[in-house]
Write a protein that binds this ligand. Sequence first.
Ligand code: ZN
Length: 198
Amino acid sequence: MTKIISNMEKSTVGSLTVITGCMFAGKTTELINRYHQVKEDVIAFKPVIDNRYSQSEIVSYKGKKIMATRIKNFTEINNYSQSNIFIDEVHFFQEDIVFYLNQLAKVGKKITVAGLSWDNFQEKPFSVMVNLLATADFIIKLVAKCVVCRKRTALYQQWKLDWLPQQAEDYVGGAEKYGSYCRLCYVPLNSSKKLFMR
Ligand SMILES: [Zn+2]
């Protein structure tokens, strides 16, 4: 299932590769596999908010991991000289990161990011992802298995608990909080349900 880095991607000077999809689609696994293919002059980052499993590593749902530097603001990347930059959970950053990463690609950096496409609480795509996808050189769109019909066509994840997140940390979680759903099986978290839950 893992896609290898194509010769076209390898031959570019600076580039932006975006891996996206819903939760449980294998985005972090894809990022980790690509990180291992680069081998040298490489660094990985993740936002401070993501503290599940590990403080200093990027860990996939299936337990694969790489060392990562935790950053609060994306401009902290300026402090590192590596040419190959990997960022997980990129949808947690401010939208300005889109311009910033495109500037880095312009000066020759090879950037690979992974981020969630769909914000199930806002019921729309993350705008940072929309803009990253629009400016990407290469896009890898992954799908998950739907928890209802079991088809591997899930595009969305949905919160499945009877309480709603109250603070930023509450949103971070895995299968204990979220399920993945296909287009047909996905049910929006509508406003009446949100009110009822609160
Ligand atoms: Zn389904």
